[in-house]
Structure formats: structure tokens, C-alpha cells
Design a protein around this ligand. Structure first.
Ligand code: HEC
Length: 139
């Protein structure tokens, strides 16, 4: 029992309000789910990508954006200043992967959606791209 000396034990004191507490906690849970769901626009994924992230990126994006992120004949360099977090948020990465993106900055044609990636893969790829952008700088 962990009650403060001199006060009734916690359990006894909170018993009549237990129902409310549960309601409150459920509310907090919903708020959290909503926050997590909208993926904080504009806020870059910080932290280091997990081991093997480069392979996930190269496999899914390297054929167009280059294994070194410097682009190919099929797609633009992700080290371009165009893709700084201030210009293209992490959300725009999620969106490009899920829905593709019509040609608008370059002359490579449209980007098709990239299929077969788990949510985890997507976050891994974004973390990798952001860490390479930090490491190599924008060009
Ligand atoms: C088949 C080629 C191809 C592949 C594969 C590809 N992309 Fe792209 N991507 C493009 C092209 C082309 C554009 C440029 C569209 C434009 O702005 O003109 C682009 C644009 C983007 C953009 C900018 C979107 C915007 O809002 O302007 C992001 C972010 C991006 N790609 C990320 C990725 C990531 C991450 C992957 C791997 C999961 C990937 N791409 C795979 C061709 C590709």
C-alpha cells in the first residue's frame, strides 16, 4: 500500500471516481491516436535511421533518385534544395510514396506510387533520406 501517511489509502479515496478516470484515460488515448495519425506536417523525422535503411531506400527509390541520392535519368536528386524539409515536409514524402506525384519541378515525368512498402519501411526511408541530407548537405 503506498498511501501518504495521514491520508486514506489512495484506492479508497479514488474509488467513487474510477469511472470518470477511465473515461478521461480513454479520451487521452483518442487524442494521442489522432495526433499520431496526422503526422505533424513540416516536422522532420529526427533521429538516426535503423541499420539496413540504405538498402530499403536503394531498393525502393534508388533506381530513380540514385543510390547516392544524386538522381538518375529517371528522377531528381533528393539532395536538391527543392527537397529541404522546409520545402518538402516528411508528409510530402509519405504522400509521394503512397500516391505518386505529377511532374511539376523537373522534366523526368510523373512519379508513380511506390507499392509494397510497409509503414515502417516508409519511415525508415524518410529517416535515411533526412540523415543523408544532413550528412551530405543540399546541392
Ligand atoms: C520510377 C521512378 C521513381 C521512383 C522509383 C521513385 N521516385 Fe520519387 N520522384 C520521381 C520523379 C520523376 C519525381 C519528380 C516529380 C516532379 O516534381 O517533377 C519524384 C519526386 C519525388 C518527391 C517530391 C514530391 C513532391 O511533392 O514534389 C519525393 C519526396 C520523392 N520523389 C520521394 C521518393 C521516395 C522516398 C522513393 C522511394 C520510396 C521514390 N521517390 C521513388 C521518380 C521516382
Amino acid at each position: 500500500m503506498t498511501g501518504t501517511p495521514g491520508l486514506p489509502p489512495r484506492r479508497a479515496a479514488s474509488f467513487p471516481r474510477e469511472g470518470r478516470a477511465v473515461e478521461f484515460l480513454a479520451g487521452v488515448g483518442v487524442a494521442f491516436a489522432l495526433l499520431a495519425g496526422c503526422g505533424s506536417e513540416g516536422e522532420p523525422v529526427t533521429g538516426e535511421p535503423p541499420a539496413g535503411a540504405r538498402d530499403v531506400y536503394v531498393e525502393a527509390c534508388g533506381s530513380c533518385h540514385g543510390a547516392d541520392l544524386r538522381g538518375t535519368d529517371g528522377g531528381p536528386p533528393l539532395l536538391s534544395v527543392v527537397y529541404e524539409p522546409g520545402h518538402h515536409s516528411d508528409e510530402s514524402f509519405r504522400n509521394a510514396i503512397a500516391n505518386g506525384t505529377p511532374q511539376h519541378h523537373w522534366d523526368f515525368g510523373d512519379m508513380e506510387p511506390v507499392e509494397g512498402l510497409s509503414e515502417q519501411d516508409v519511415e525508415t526511408i524518410i529517416a535515411f533520406v533526412r540523415s543523408e541530407q544532413r550528412r551530405l548537405g543540399f546541392e
